[in-house]
Design a protein around this ligand. Structure first.
Ligand code: NDP
Length: 678
């Protein structure tokens, strides 16, 4: 059955208009689907996102949005088999589809969890601490992040129809911004099926997700500075979109992730006998064949010490020779076809360009034996390994990206040359360094880091659990400078903040505390009423404060503490040695003694709603405390957030310990868990 792909605009499916394109199966060429966006009113789509989707998302807190992402992830997991079945026809093996489908759903789970743990139960983020701006502290600054009021246009590549969509969708929805997503047409039927599931789930509010099957028409003409375009694909299309008159006139945020000639470098310390040698060969072969090399992160340039080229070539050829190519539905098959005949044509053309300055040492670009398929009907291509003997003189190996199972061996004479070769990629998403030598690794990292978004450092110690050169992960930045597009995706909350505006606020501490729901130095405190440890989470207010009486610390206290804990460090026990230390006037109290006495001063001991102290943050000891000094504490409720379990809440307290001269001797945040009102 041929699927008719529809766009989902203004909360309804729009039947395709004229000029639908046919999308063939990569495996046998039969028409899988037709797609056209003719008939879609892109202006209305953008307005619907802005007027309906945006406000609905912005009404929710980060925690509520995170909850939606999690429900969506569960919903898709329960239905993913249908996606796996469709995905075979894109040329993907089950393992390839696992990266795409489960990898994409995993991104939803990851952002749901981060949103819940690392973002407040609010609609804005306070970015960093208050900044003092005046001598007497009555005027301070702070930064907040709020969701943009526009739409996020996501334009995706053909290689990962599910992951590509979800790794952009998750941070955007968490930020509170509606999405218009457009998959590459070649594999749009898989993205379409996933969007149909999302729509059917009813989990996202109307307008939060719209979908374009086919071309984007005049979509970009309707954008403003409140919108974002996030693109994955070729440098040519990226350039076109970035230079679109509306995008440049309106300063529309533009995030691009595009062609990248990623490198893997075999360290100069690695011999064929080292474990790192086998790890290197395995990784290169895997990257060449996973997803038939159609990965933005795949290894295109294999940079090895000149005297080890033959050993690497032979080992790679042996591995590649064992990969069965054919129908991805067949479990014996390790590599399926490319996404389309057109894609294979482009890859063959690029192999020919590379071969002008390199020799093919493995594979035949024009023929390959296939399993369980018709070699002519599907877009099958053998892995092709080239060798460029003089890469420093060569041009094309550093410019031509054959987006398929194609890599080139580049010999180097010393590490500086290896770095120079990697840098000639003019900015890449990722490079791998295989070495067990700390100095070699350091030299590579310092040379490669400015040219790469991610460095994958592998050795025998990490190999077993290492996640793979080609796998972008939600907590880590995915993107790269220069040729790789200059964008950054994911990277934990960094990816969320791309869809938000950072704004500096200036005002009194009281005003900024009220606005940000975070107590800052100089804001009013409240000491009346019961001890705050006697209050339930819901009764506690930001600014509630305990001012304790003072306690004098004696030499006996210090000695007792030292002997009791075993911390008999000379600064506490040996007057002469302590005096010789530039930081101490003589024997001083332990920092931990100060913390312990501080707790003894502010605690309310009886059982009550305060249940546990689960940590300290930002701890600094600012001034030594000598025998005879007195300390007192001010403990103020700084922030409150609902805990994962409904019966509890987390309270962050600002703790400041003063001496008898009102100088701060220690400062930190205390984190506690309190019961909520029943
Ligand atoms: P394209 O740049 O042609 O397409 C990427 C996306 O852009 C697709 O969704 C495509 O839609 C869309 N697009 C194309 N033209 C326009 C336009 N004028 N306005 C708006 N959207 C547009 O890349 P391909 O997917 O065809 O791949 C070509 C090459 O890109 C590969 O050979 C490879 O070199 C590189 N690539 C890089 C990737 C990466 O992740 N870095 C991933 C995939 C490819 P449609 O399909 O409908 O044309």
């Amino acid at each position: 059955m041929v699927l008719t792909l529809q766009s989902f605009a203004e909360n309804r499916w729009v039947a395709p208009g004229a000029g639908a394109v046919e999308i063939p199966s990569a495996v046998d060429g039969r028409v899988m689907a037709t797609a056209s966006s003719a008939g879609v009113d892109f202006g209305a789509m953008v307005r619907f996102g802005r007027k309906v989707g945006g406000p609905a998302l912005r009404m929710l807190t980060f925690h509520q949005r995170a909850e939606m992402l999690k429900r969506l992830a569960v919903y898709l997991t329960e239905r993913k088999e249908a996606l796996y079945e469709l995905s075979f026809d894109t040329g993907a093996t089950r393992r390839d589809s696992w990266i795409d489908i489960d990898g994409g759903i995993g991104t939803l789970f990851a952002y749901a969890s981060r949103g819940r743990k690392e973002l407040p139960s609010e609609r804005f983020v306070l970015d960093g601490a208050f900044e003092p701006l005046s001598k007497n502290g009555s005027f301070v600054g702070a930064h907040i992040l709020t969701p943009l009021h526009g739409v996020a246009v996501h334009v995706n590549a053909f290689n990962f129809p599910c992951w590509g969509m979800l790794e952009k969708l998750a941070p955007t929805i968490l930020a509170g911004v509606p999405v218009i997503t457009k998959p590459a047409t070649a594999t749009a039927y898989v993205a379409h099926a996933m969007v149909a599931m999302i729509v059917e789930s009813g989990i996202l509010p109307p307008g939060a997700l719209q979908f374009v099957a086919g071309s984007t028409g005049d979509l970009l003409d309707h954008l403003t500075g409140q919108d974002v375009v996030s693109f994955t694909g070729s440098a040519t299309t990226s350039g076109k979109l970035r230079d679109h008159p509306t995008v440049s006139r309106e300063a529309v945020r533009f995030i691009a992730e595009r062609d990248s000639l990623n490198a893997a470098i075999l360290g100069s310390d690695v011999t064929p006998e080292s474990p790192e040698f086998d790890l290197f060969v395995k990784e290169v072969a895997r990257e060449m064949t996973a997803k038939a090399g159609q990965k933005c992160t795949a290894i295109r340039r294999v940079i090895v010490p000149r005297d080890r080229v033959e050993a690497v070539r032979d080992a790679l050829a042996a591995r590649l020779g064992k990969v069965a190519i054919g129908n991805p539905r067949d479990e014996k098959v390790g590599m399926g076809p490319l996404a389309s005949q057109g894609q294979r044509h482009d890859v063959r053309e690029n192999i020919a360009k590379l071969a002008a300055e390199s020799e093919i040492v493995f594979g035949d670009p024009l023929h390959c034996a296939v399993v369980d398929a018709d070699a002519n009907a599907g877009a099958f291509l053998s892995p092709v390994l080239l060798h460029c003997a003089n890469p420093i003189r060569a041009e094309r190996v550093n410019h031509v990206e054959a987006f398929g199972p194609v890599s080139t061996l580049l010999p180097y004479d010393d590490l500086d040359q290896a770095i120079e070769l990697a840098q000639r990629g003019e900015g890449s998403l990722v490079a791998s360094a295989f070495s067990y030598d700390a100095e070699v690794t350091e030299q590579l990292v310092m040379g490669l880091a400015p040219f790469h978004g991610r460095l994958y450092l592998v050795d025998r110690d990490s190999a077993k659990e290492a996640t793979g050169h080609g796998s972008p992960l939600p907590p880590l930045v995915h993107g790269g400078p220069g040729r790789a597009g200059g964008g950054e995706e994911m990277g934990g909350l960094r990816g969320v903040y791309h869809y938000m505006q950072r704004t500096a606020l200036q005002g009194s501490p009281a005003k900024l505390t009220a606005l940000t729901k975070t107590w800052g130095q100089g804001a009013p405190t409240r000491t009346e009423g019961p001890h705050p440890f006697r209050k339930n989470f819901d009764e506690i207010s930001i600014g509630d404060t305990i001012e304790t009486p003072a306690r004098t610390i004696s030499l006996e206290d210090i000695e007792h503490f030292a002997n009791f804990t075993g911390d008999t460090f000379y600064a506490h026990m040996d007057e002469e040695a302590a005096k010789a230390n530039p930081f101490f006037p003589g024997r001083v109290a332990h920092g931990y003694l100060i913390l312990s006495f501080a707790a003894g001063l502010f605690v309310d001991p009886a059982p009550g709603p305060l249940l546990a102290n689960y940590g300290l943050e930002r701890l600094r000891f600012l001034k030594p405390v000598s025998p005879g000094d007195s300390i007192r504490v001010r403990l103020t409720v700084k922030t409150k957030r609902a805990a994962r379990l409904p019966d509890y809440g987390e309270v962050r307290w600002d703790a400041e310990v003063f001496n008898q001269n009102n100088e701060t001797v220690a400062q930190y945040d205390v984190l506690t868990m309190s019961a909520r009102l029943a």
